[in-house]
Ligand binder design. Structure first.
Ligand SMILES: Cc1ncc(COP(=O)(O)O)c(C=O)c1O
Length: 437
């Protein structure tokens, strides 16, 4: 590609100047591999952006989308419907743990988060507790890029450019502590007490002002933070005690990533709302969704007159026919191939391979859960992120896609990965770590 061809596109979450000087262009993908513009096979160590859980170019999904676009390209979701969105909502409720009875559709994780936050605040209002408007997130949380999401999110760089954000938010402390938890395999032992900070906030703000707490059960984009044993349970207890809705942002963790349908199932802690996106369509067509616990929708219905809509919120592309077709076919693939169980079976091998990196130079932590792992490098003083960026680039040159957040490398391959491919992935990664500046 000519350099000038790259200029017009203002790339998201990218150092545009660096990328355009040294582009990494992908032109095709099949199963576990991308093909780069220079014709090389790149092993996908990240399922795209944590989203291509069934691997690339899956025939069944491709055909479902092709058929749908030819049959019904679009149907308005306001006051109109099409069969796919109703069928998909039913399938999701059947697939996810007991206790949820409605699905609201958007087009991304960010929209799912905005929808969940709005539903939470509105839920209290329709029940006569309109003073419950405060939203509590967590330091280092990532909930997409809407104003709600960045306000409850806790990644400073994603917030500082954008003014005063939503009023009335607060943040729990994050759970990342290398002194206590470095090189944990699965859930760390230390840190459940950090959930008790919610109690302090309840005292400060009073429960009558708090609508919801939102957390990623396993924080992904911030560099893979696995919840300490007992932490999510404690959050659930406190939210129940104080009438606060608990939202699990499962945009990364739903659809098999942990070796279960979702983190709610994996940790056996049930929130009031679940956000999802990414793996819902295997990333072929954008889609996000919110699953709501029994009783939430009913509260809206009870409060609205028969002639009024219950929730004035939605998107032109809520439940888009192509996304629904893609999602239905994706769920079939997950089920027919038992991919969530496959992830569970591979997880011990994955863990073993990841922790083999422990003694390599500059490695200060390895952490993992399900088919996710992160390796944290000691940062070079005044050059934070350089080792992560170097690693991403060198791995790509050697035929492996990894994800870098600062000096943390996250790995989250498609769930179809084989043991041989896991070996290859970690071999390239280990070789690259030896070359770090
Ligand atoms: C937990 C979580 N929530 C929300 C989002 C935002 O999703 P999207 O980029 O589809 O808007 C992400 C994206 O990585 C995520 O990891």
């Amino acid at each position: 590609m000519q350099t000038q061809q790259l200029e017009a596109f203002w790339m998201p979450f990218t150092n545009n100047r660096a990328f355009k000087a040294n582009p990494r262009i992908l032109v095709a993908a099949k199963d576990m591999y991308y093909t780069s513009a220079d014709g090389r096979q790149i092993l996908d160590g990240t399922a795209g952006l944590w989203c291509v859980n069934a691997g690339h170019g899956r025939q069944k999904i491709v055909e479902a989308v092709q058929k749908q676009v030819a049959e019904l390209d679009y149907a308005p979701p306001f006051r109109m419907g099409h069969p796919g969105s109703f069928e998909l909502a039913e399938r999701l409720i059947a697939l996810f743990p007991e206790g949820f009875d409605r699905v609201f559709f958007g087009n991304s994780g960010s929209e799912a988060v905005e929808s969940a936050l709005k539903i939470a605040i509105a839920y209290h209002r329709v029940r006569g507790e309109a003073s419950r408007t405060r939203l509590i997130g967590r330091e280092r949380g990532y909930h997409g890029v809407g104003f709600g999401g960045i306000s409850v999110g806790g990644m400073a760089n994603n917030r500082k450019f954008f003014g005063s954000l939503l009023p009335g938010t607060d943040h729990l402390p994050h759970t990342h502590n290398l002194e206590k938890n470095a090189f944990s395999k699965g859930q760390p032992q230390w840190g459940a007490h950090l959930a008790d900070e919610l109690e302090r906030m309840v005292k400060l703000h009073d429960p009558s002002t708090i609508a919801a707490v939102i957390v990623e059960p396993v924080a992904g984009s911030t560099g893979v933070l696995v919840p300490p044993m007992g932490y999510l349970e404690r959050l659930r207890e406190l939210c129940t005690q104080y009438g606060i809705l608990l939202i699990f942002d499962e945009v990364i963790t739903a659809f098999g990533r942990l070796g279960a349908t979702c983190a709610t199932e994996y940790f056996n802690v049930v929130p009031d709302l679940i956000t999802m996106a990414k793996g819902i369509t295997n990333a072929t067509v954008p889609m996000g969704a919110v699953l709501t616990r029994k009783g939430i929708y009913d509260a809206f219905v009870a409060a609205a007159s028969e002639r009024a809509m219950e929730l004035p919120h939605g998107y032109t592309y809520s439940g888009h026919p192509l996304a629904c077709a893609a999602a239905l076919a994706t769920l079939d693939v997950y089920q027919e191939e038992g991919l969530f169980d496959r992830a569970k079976e591979l997880a011990p091998y994955w863990q073993k391979c990841a922790h083999h990196l422990k003694d390599l130079p500059h490695v200060i932590d390895v952490r993992n859960i399900g088919l996710v792992a992160a390796v944290e490098f000691e940062s070079i003083p005044d050059r934070i992120g350089d080792r992560g960026t170097f690693c991403l680039q060198r791995c790509f040159e050697k035929g492996l896609m990894v994800r870098a957040t600062g000096d943390i490398i996250a790995l989250s391959p498609p769930l179809i990965i084989t043991k041989e491919q896991i070996d290859r992935l970690f071999a390239i990664f280990a070789e690259t770590i030896q070359e770090l500046p």
